[in-house]
Design a protein around this ligand. Structure first.
Ligand code: 6GU
Length: 254
């Protein structure tokens, strides 16, 4: 899968993603991150990409033409005013706090694409006309304001790439799958067996796989009920876990 990122800070995006699991996937040729500098498409000798806002006000606005030229370089030209985003063109994601809030389900959907283009804005924003012409998806990563779209695009690329077949090892995707039932992770422990006076739960030392699995499922349910009770609505539990959950809710009422 190929990720193009249109940005004023291409090193930030490339360096930030070329580590750990994604770095491994890039080296293996399963995914590819291509960060393109919008400034390279500026048409003035000072390489400006922004200008004053019409109507006045603070800050600067990113001009439409460098962004459009950058986009055209990625889609091999042939864009016309009548058909700015023809079928078969990659989706263009604009990162903005007013977009749809990103989640795991969207990560899975985007991972079905062969190619995605991210547009990272800066300053006070981007000229509306170029957004109307090229953007297909407006996405936010949460309700807070960041300085630019680079971190959000990196967050999205990490989450999406993990859903691309071959990026995770069998073991890694097994771990992910177990949390994809919608519950939060159970607590984990490693050596030493006792640390700062606290012991590792006995069942984890028992070697009894079924008991370990049951304990972990119950701790996942406890944790989800305690920290993110709203997530329980979308969760499907097996019979035994469902009973555990019911009993937990009933004991809370008492
Ligand atoms: Cl996608 N962009 C910016 N600038 N700030 C954000 C965001 C995106 N999502 C949350 N805050």
């Amino acid at each position: 899968m190929k990720f193009h990122v249109m940005t004023l800070f291409p090193e930030m995006v490339e360096q930030g993603l070329h580590t750990s699991i994604l770095g491994r996937a890039m080296d293996a040729g399963i995914i590819c991150v291509d960060a393109v500098n919008i400034r390279d498409f500026s048409e003035d000798k000072h390489r400006h990409v922004d200008d004053y806002p019409y109507g006045g006000g603070a800050g600067m606005v990113m001009a439409p033409e460098p962004i459009f030229k950058c986009y055209e370089s990625l889609t091999a030209g042939s864009t016309s005013a009548d058909e700015p985003v023809p079928a078969g063109r990659p989706r263009v994601i604009y990162l903005t706090p007013w977009g749809r809030v990103f989640n795991q389900k969207m990560a899975k959907e985007f991972a079905k694409e062969e190619e995605l283009i991210f547009l990272c804005g800066h300053y006070e924003g981007v000229d509306e006309r170029v957004l109307e012409e090229i953007v297909t998806d407006y996405v936010s990563i949460g309700d807070y304001v960041l300085s630019g779209g680079e971190l959000p695009s990196m967050v999205m690329i990490d989450a999406i790439a993990r859903m691309v077949p071959g990026v995770l090892t069998n073991e890694e995707s097994g771990e992910t799958e177990s949390f994809m039932n919608g519950l939060l992770e159970y607590p984990q422990y490693t050596r030493p067996e006792e640390w700062h006076g606290q012991k590792v739960p006995e069942v984890l030392l028992s070697g009894h796989h079924a008991k370990v699995a049951e304990w972990r499922m119950q701790r996942s349910i406890d944790r989800t009920v305690q920290y993110r009770p709203e997530l329980m609505d979308g969760v499907e539990l097996d019979k035994k876990s469902a009973k555990y959950y019911r009993d937990l809710l009933n004991s809370e009422k008492e």
